[in-house]
Design a protein around this ligand. Structure first.
Ligand code: CU
Length: 152
């Protein structure tokens, strides 16, 4: 009985029991709309590298924001700060989570107002592979975003 429940939960979580698709696959995208007039949104997602090669995400392009950067949150002097990353590498066969407190996408300078419910289209430019496109929906964030400061 316990085993059957575990399998059922597994299928629900994966949303499909079919074999994983090839290539670089992006799932579980979500983001927070800009707070106030900051014009800065954040997006999180999961990247699966279902290939036999390491793949780098070289850059990200947003349809709704002029500027999309890969950031990581680091602790400095006891404070969480963000800094830009040149790229992110996903090792062959591995999964990388972009999540609060870690690596995330920073979307800046919206072409038009972006609010809760807005859906953006992100294009991920990859090393040695075709670009991957994924939608991301923004939600309302009640708390202000973490302190933002680039450390280069
Ligand atoms: Cu950031």
């Amino acid at each position: 009985m316990t085993g059957r429940i575990a399998i059922a939960l597994c299928c629900a979580a994966l949303s499909a029991c079919s074999p994983a698709p090839d290539g670089l696959v992006i799932t579980h995208t979500y983001g927070f709309a800009p707070v106030g007039t900051s014009g800065m949104a954040v997006a999180y997602l999961t990247v699966h590298n279902n290939t036999g090669q390491d793949i780098r995400i070289e850059s990200v392009h947003s349809k709704l924001f002029a500027n999309a950067e890969i950031h990581e949150t680091v602790m400095q002097d006891g404070h969480a700060r963000m800094r830009a990353m040149e790229n992110i590498e996903i090792r062959a066969g591995e999964t990388l989570e972009l999540e609060p407190g870690g690596v995330h996408l920073m979307l800046m300078q919206p072409h038009e107002p972006v609010t809760a419910g807005t859906v953006d289209t992100l294009t991920f430019n990859l090393s040695q592979h075709d670009a991957v496109i994924a939608p991301v929906e923004f939600f309302a964030r009640n708390a202000p975003p973490p302190m933002h400061e680039d450390i280069h």
